[in-house]
Design a protein around this ligand. Structure first.
Ligand code: IPE
Ligand code: IPE
Ligand code: MG
Length: 243
């Protein structure tokens, strides 16, 4: 194939950042930003599904977000439960499967039940998988994968990258092709560290509650302009040598 690759990314990951600043700039409490963030997530899911993206992974609560004021943490937990209860049927109707990735140990039994209910919605031939990363950290993921691999294969001398990848969250998905972060910061914040090793990175100034379906379309256009080389030379890629 010549020129930039026009393909749709199979797996898009999103750091949904900027809810607090969006609210504060309007003189509203941060909670209003998180609520508006759920509407933005709905738009993002619709756009990704319509574009034919196979997997969308969104960062909703990081391992480090426990450091926020207790009230905000409680609100984020409540919003997650409510969003799962309210949205999962509609998502299933649109053949979008929901999976929650992250450490569930610290989550309340009520939230764990909402997660289990959302994940068990029956869906025939899903058109997209939505992974919600909640109490998720890339380092946690790599550590739990290593522990799980150690149980399966106690002698580490035979470990391979492929075997490690099979024990990570989202092992059933292709690696992340496109990682979008809204909110204007240029960092990964302990999101999908292993899975995004070769992702195209896109940092947008847009605050997450302002993210629209056309923001997603623009992100896909920018992705299509990128040349993914995977270690090869540009000449090799231009000659269609990408495996
Ligand atoms: C992202 O928005 C949502 C979560 C981290 C849960 P923030 O709450 O981080 O918003 P800013 O970065 O303070 O604007
Ligand atoms: C990253 O946003 C986590 C989520 C979007 C859930 P943060 O706002 O927590 O990231 P930092 O702390 O500014 O890097
Ligand atoms: Mg933030």
């Amino acid at each position: 194939m010549n020129g930039p690759c026009p393909r749709i990314p199979r797996h898009v990951a999103v750091v949904m950042d900027g809810n607090g600043r969006w609210a504060e700039s309007r003189g509203l409490p941060r909670a209003a930003g998180h609520r508006a963030g759920i509407d933005a997530l709905r738009r993002c899911v619709n756009a990704a599904s319509a574009a034919g993206v196979a997997a969308l992974t969104v960062f909703a609560f990081s391992s480090e977000n426990w450091r926020r004021p207790e009230r905000e943490v409680r609100l984020l937990m409540a919003l997650m439960g409510r969003a799962l209860r309210r949205e999962s049927r509609r998502l299933a109707e649109h053949r979008i499967a929901v999976r929650v990735v992250g450490d569930r140990e610290a989550l309340s039994p009520v939230l764990c039940r909402a997660i289990a209910a959302a994940e068990s919605q029956p869906i025939e031939s899903p058109r997209m998988v939505l992974h919600v990363a909640f109490n998720y950290g890339g380092r946690w993921d790599i550590l739990q994968a290593a522990q799980s691999l150690a149980r399966a294969q106690p002698d580490p001398t035979g470990w391979t990258e492929e075997a490690m990848a099979q024990h990570l969250s989202m092992s059933d998905l292709p690696e992340v092709d496109l990682l979008i972060r809204t909110g204007g910061e240029y960092r990964i914040s302990n999101f999908v560290l292993w899975q995004a090793a070769y992702a195209e990175l896109l940092f947008l100034p847009t605050l997450w509650p302002d993210f629209s379906e056309s923001s997603f379309a623009e992100a896909l256009e920018m992705y299509a302009q990128r040349e993914r080389r995977f270690g090869k030379t540009s000449a090799q890629v231009q000659a269609g040598a990408v495996a």
